[in-house]
Structures are given as C-alpha cells and as structure tokens.
Design a protein around this ligand. Structure first.
Ligand SMILES: [Zn+2]
Length: 251
C-alpha cells in the first residue's frame, strides 16, 4: 500500500459539494461512516444502560381500610391499636383493620389478655393464615409525631422479632406515618417502607356506624396505662403453637 493510494481513496469518499447541493433533501444520500451501518449502531441507537429498578416493597391500604384507620384514630383522644388484615396473595395490602379489646391512654395501648387470642382464633375460623392477620401491627399516635416510642421499639423487637417478617405501622394525628418492615431471614434486619393507598381494586363503602360500634366495643380509655407486655408474650406463644400445628391457645 502506498501513501498515494490512501490519499486517493480518502479523496473519493469525500462529498462533492456541488453535487450534494443539487440533490433535494429527501433523496440526499446519507453519508454514514461504515461502522454505523452495523445492526448495533444504525438501526438501534445505543442507549445508556439503566440500572435495573427493583420494586421496593410498600405497605398499601385499600381506600376503605385507610378511611377506617383515620376514623378510629380520630374517634377518641387516645392511641388505638390493632392488626392489618390482608388477602392471602398480597400480604402487604391491608384491606381491613381489626381492633382488639384494649385499654388506651395518650401514650400507650394495652391489649386485653384474651383479646388477641380471640381475634386470631376468629381469623383462623374465617380461613386465614397467621401471615394474613398477625404480621402488620398498626397503632395511632394522638400527637403529631409518628416516630416509634421506646416501648414501641421494644414491643416490635420482642414480640414480632421471631416472625419471619412483620410490619410496624404508626399513624399520627397530624398525618405523619411510619412503616417499618422487619425480617428474620438470614442475618435479619429492618427497613423503612413507603405507605400507599391502593385504588387499583374494587373496595367496599365506608361504614362509620359499624366502625364506631367496634371502637366502643373494644377501646377503654385510661388516664394512665402501665406498660404491660405480658399479652404480647402470650401472643408470641400463640404463634409458636400455631406453627407447631396446634389449634389450642391458652392466651
Ligand atoms: Zn406508639
């Protein structure tokens, strides 16, 4: 190969200005470098590869369940607590909120000894599995902050820490919300998760009369409630009994 040959071929590949000027825009030949005519460069412009987005888990409420939780939060002056009920195939979608009998003050909720077991037995009778009714612990804070109290943290760790997964959700009067997913698999851990209202499915109408009746049936106001975690220990025993196949509970 000589230098003159290289120069010659480069000159013949260069566009002739006069020729190009006379060709209408629509039929002007596209002068692309050869390397762009490959299938990678020509037909498909290269896109910057986006990192694969992993859908992070979120705690979701049906509109009806959310309305009920707001109603219960605002019905009395104290905290109020219960469990989120979910469908079998969507364990982070709360479709109902179930109260249990409880004594409440502005800073605490103490469930009655037999109340949790009764609720759980009813749920089993209705054909639900424990992960549908005993994993999402809900309560309200009558103040503006949804931050878990030290007692909340202790309860969540002691009672739900043995579950393969569980959620603590707190809704404050001011609207602030807090949700944390705790899991025991592998090394264990916990992460804050977003909270959403899921409008994608059909949902029943609100029923404030029934909600008020449930509240009055379950919630007793105390000016002062001592923090008694024994019922939570009983609940943990109930869980163990269930996982061992027993239908008996001595809570
Ligand atoms: Zn709390």
């Amino acid at each position: 190969m000589s230098v003159s040959q290289t120069k010659g071929s480069a000159a013949s590949a260069a566009p002739d200005r006069k020729t190009v000027k006379s060709v209408p825009m629509a039929t002007r030949p596209i002068d692309l470098p050869q390397r762009q005519l490959t299938h990678k460069g020509f037909h498909r412009p290269r896109r910057k590869r986006q990192p694969r987005r992993r859908r992070s888990p979120a705690l979701r409420f049906t509109p009806t369940a959310w309305a009920k939780l707001l109603f219960l939060r605002d019905f009395g002056p104290t905290e109020v607590g219960g469990f989120g009920i979910t469908p079998a195939d969507d364990l982070l979608l709360v479709e109902d909120v179930e109260l249990v009998r409880q004594s409440c003050s502005a800073v605490s909720v103490a469930f009655d000894d037999s109340a949790v077991a009764e609720l759980f037995d009813e749920q089993v009778d209705d054909g639900r599995r424990p992960e549908q009714f005993a994993r999402i612990w809900l309560h309200t804070h009558p103040a503006d902050s949804a931050r878990p109290s030290p007692v909340d943290e202790r309860t969540f760790r002691r009672v739900f820490g043995r579950c393969d997964w569980s959620v603590m959700f707190i809704l404050a009067v001011g609207g602030e919300r807090y949700a944390r997913l705790q899991f025991a698999a592998g090394p264990g851990g916990s992460i804050r998760v977003p909270v959403r209202i899921d409008w994608s499915e059909q949902f029943p109408a609100t029923d404030p009369d029934q909600w008020a009746a449930e509240y009055e049936d379950c919630v007793r106001h105390d000016t002062f409630s001592s923090v008694d975690l024994s019922v939570w220990d009983d609940m943990a025993e109930w869980e163990v009994a269930q996982s061992n196949g027993s239908t008996e509970s001595d809570i």
